[in-house]
Design a protein around this ligand. Structure first.
Ligand code: NAD
Ligand code: DAU
Length: 339
């Protein structure tokens, strides 16, 4: 069995590679990654010596190179994590999101059609459903909730998600789609809420909370997402969408306060800043389908997952300090000003 993992030098893709290589010692894993600002080869250091692992630096929009690699490796399964993934960057500059997230996905699926595939899995997001009101805790996203996006990021992900389903219907490509809620855990890029707050708190820098801090996200430990995708690619039905999330809704401000507590830092570091344009209020996944069909349930409770995550950032300072002192510094200063 050969699995292509695109975007495997990023946060969730790398955790997925670790999961697969550990659980299936006879599988071959090929990581396809362009190594954008969000991709980091050092993240994959623990597996680069594994004889079943190969890394290929490639842009998923580069049709010729993608087709050549499919011809050479003949993958059985493709899991597409490669994407521009940060909402704020998509608001500042949408174009690369349209290229990578839409054209890149279509290019991969065209290669699957040309060379044959057992499964193409599209890693989509709960953001394709838009948001839910804060005063209706009874409402959740199901797989039948209409697509209703807010940001250029979520719109590009929705386009890719719908294209994948169209390739199933039109060409019979064996496609599955997962729409997962917010992940957290090791190797999360420090532009995203949880790692940004941990890194800033450790450096005694302001903790920038958008708007009132009352927006709600449904947090899932990254390993639980990886296990869900593992189940879907092996046992999920082609042509189906699976929501992934663990009923763990938290307000942003409560997450930031919890991080202060875990690190023994004062809440006076919290600074309210301008709100994100078009800021989604609340995400909340109904995971009934994946539980009923595939038996998936989240295993890590938030109270344990956040402790593990904070510990990881404390023990792996070099990983994120190299990032925040590099090219990312320019983005940070443009976004939040010089601290
Ligand atoms: P990330 O930004 O950490 O990683 C993205 C990876 O894709 C990087 O390694 C980057 O180098 C690579 N990449 C970008 N453009 C590429 C291109 N043109 N060709 C090849 N590689 C390219 O993202 P993440 O948080 O790990 O998210 C992974 C996937 O999961 C994305 O598709 C995202 O939409 C989806 N998702 C993320 C979350 C979350 O909470 N992080 C939740 C649900 C879904
Ligand atoms: O829901 C799944 C999505 O979750 C994924 O599809 C995206 O790839 C991923 O980035 C994430 O999107 P969010 O916009 O929810 O995540 P982010 O970490 O950027 O922000 C989480 C919340 O925290 C959001 O309400 C905005 C807020 N926030 C974020 C940052 C970076 C702040 O208040 N301050 C900040 O500095």
């Amino acid at each position: 069995m050969t699995i292509f993992v695109t975007g495997g030098a990023g946060f969730i893709g790398s955790n997925f590679i670790f999961h697969i290589l550990k659980k299936y010692p006879d599988y071959r894993v090929v990581c396809l990654d362009k190594l954008t600002y969000a991709g980091n080869l050092s993240t994959l250091a623990s597996v680069t010596g594994n004889k079943n692992f190969r890394f290929v630096k490639i842009d998923i929009c580069d049709r010729q190179s993608v087709f050549n690699l499919f011809k050479e490796e003949k993958p059985d399964i493709v899991v597409n994590f490669a994407a521009e993934s940060h909402v704020d960057r998509s608001i500042a500059d949408p174009e690369i999101f349209l290229k990578t997230n839409i054209i890149g996905t279509a290019t991969l699926m065209d290669a699957c059609r040309e060379y044959g595939i057992k499964r193409f899995h599209q890693v989509s997001t709960d953001e394709v459903y838009g948001d839910l009101p804060l005063d209706r805790p009874d409402l959740f996203f199901t797989e039948n909730t209409p697509i209703h996006t807010s940001s250029p990021y979520s719109s590009s992900k929705a386009a890719a998600d719908l294209l994948a389903l169209a390739y199933y219907r039109t060409y019979g490509l064996p496609v599955t789609v997962s729409r997962c809620s917010n992940n957290y855990g090791p190797y999360h890029f420090p532009e995203k809420l949880i790692p940004l707050m941990i890194a800033n708190a450790l450096n005694d820098k302001p903790l920038p909370v958008y708007g009132t801090g009352e927006n709600v996200r449904d947090w899932l430990y990254v390993e639980d997402h990886c296990k869900a995708i593992d189940l879907i690619i092996h046992k999920g039905r082609a042509g189906e969408v699976y929501n992934v999330g663990g009923h763990n809704e938290m307000r942003n401000i409560d997450i930031v306060k919890l991080i202060c507590k875990e690190l023994g830092k004062p809440e006076s570091l919290i600074t309210y800043v301008s709100d994100r344009k078009g800021h989604d209020l609340r995400y909340a996944i109904d995971p009934t389908k994946i539980h009923a069909e595939l038996g998936w349930l989240p295993e890590t409770k938030f109270a344990d997952g956040i402790k593990k995550t904070v510990k990881w950032y404390l023990e792996n300072r070099k990983w994120w300090e190299d990032i925040i002192s590099g090219e990312y510094k320019n983005y940070y200063e443009k976004m939040y000003g010089k601290a």
